[in-house]
Design a protein around this ligand. Structure first.
Ligand code: NAI
Length: 335
């Protein structure tokens, strides 16, 4: 087989190796030739390299320009800095794109959900600037820059135009964080004026959360700063069948990492029951990015054809197939 693409593969922690292996086998079965450069990142290598993201991992992604990544766990309240945040910041993967739509055949409370979250990925409260002011008092700084806010707003409007979308809705809390979220909105408004074919509106995050769970079809695209994007991504996943089905891409000017919205799911890791759909659909986004639209379409159709049969689904979607059986059914359905 002649290799046409070279892509970094990061299996990740918890269910990461299981679900990325499934994605690799589906891509292979679809006939796309990828020469994977597999590298490790995460908790298991901290003892060896002193960091969860050694330089050779970043170098591999910079060299190939594209990575498929499994989730990586982050210790709570202490320990090393998030490997995910480190990669996104070091590689300037400033735009997190998360399409959330109903999966045909998977019944949820709402029909017709089809929205895209565009999350700023490099700053806000994820800047990691925290310090102890005095015993019992800590500060965490939310950093918002005009540069990054303009950049993410521009990415959202450009995507809206490319995808034939109707509206971008900026999500904020500028009534309280008047300066930081205020600057984010100021930039979004200016960028919106340069894209008059796309409608623009704003909504306060708490109201947005309530409106989303009442009727998500009111939204088309959401433009969010880092923390709001993180939280509402999971909320939106819950509207269409859960974390097992929502893919994502982290895009910068020079590189891209494709990964599911979900984490390493330690509660089901190693049991062979995880749903690989989100990582497989992230691969579909990756294949489109690589110019392999035909294979991407075939895999997407095979995912939907498999999920349309309740007995073939994994446990999280009410079925009883394990990861291996689900992946095999999906491969059988590749046209
Ligand atoms: P999680 O997303 O790992 O799991 C939340 C719930 O969803 C669990 O009940 C889990 O079993 C279920 N779930 C998630 N993915 C699933 C799948 N593919 N199939 C079936 N069920 C699935 O969130 P949690 O537990 O808060 O985080 C675990 C670890 O993952 C943490 O260390 C966190 O920092 C990390 N994380 C990493 C991310 C990444 O690498 N991009 C994203 C989010 C969290």
């Amino acid at each position: 087989m002649v290799s046409s693409h070279r892509v970094t593969l990061i299996p990740g922690d918890g269910i990461g190796p299981e679900v990325t292996r499934a994605a690799v086998s589906v891509i292979d079965a679809a006939g796309v030739s990828i020469d994977w450069d597999e590298v490790e990142a995460g908790a298991d290598i901290v003892a060896k390299y002193g960091t969860p993201v050694p330089d050779h991992v970043l170098h591999s992604i910079r060299t190939h320009g594209v990575a498929l990544k499994g989730p990586i766990g982050t210790p709570v309240g202490g320990g090393f800095r998030s490997a995910n945040v480190t990669m996104r910041q070091s590689l300037e993967l400033y735009a997190s794109i998360r399409p959330v739509k109903n999966v045909p055949g998977v019944e949820t409370r709402f029909e017709g959900v089809d929205l895209i979250l565009v999350r700023e990925n490099t700053e806000g409260l994820y800047s990691g600037i925290e310090h102890r002011v005095a015993p019992g008092i800590v500060e965490s700084l939310k950093v918002v820059t005009e540069f990054a806010s303009n950049r993410i707003a521009e990415a959202a409007f450009k995507l809206a135009e490319d995808e034939g979308r109707r509206e971008v809705c900026a999500v904020h809390k500028a009534n309280i964080m008047k300066m930081s979220d205020g600057l984010f909105l100021e930039c979004a408004r200016k960028v919106a004026k340069r894209h008059p074919s796309i409608e623009y509106r704003e909504i306060i995050i708490d109201n947005c959360a309530m409106q989303l769970v009442k009727d998500p079809t009111r939204f088309d695209m959401l433009l969010l700063e880092n923390l709001y994007g993180d939280i509402l991504s999971d909320l939106c996943a819950g509207l269409v069948g859960g974390l097992g089905v929502v893919p994502g891409a982290n895009l910068g000017e020079d590189c891209a990492i494709f990964e599911a919205v979900h984490g390493s799911a330690p509660d089901i890791a190693g049991k062979g029951v995880a749903n690989p759909t989100a990582v497989i659909l992230s691969s579909v986004m990756m294949l489109r990015h690589l110019g392999e639209a035909d294979a991407a379409d075939r895999i997407e159709r095979a995912v939907y054809a498999t999920l349309a049969e309740p007995a073939l689904r994994t446990r999280d979607l009410g079925g009883n197939a394990d990861l291996a059986a689900y992946t095999a059914s999906l491969i059988e359905r590749l046209g």
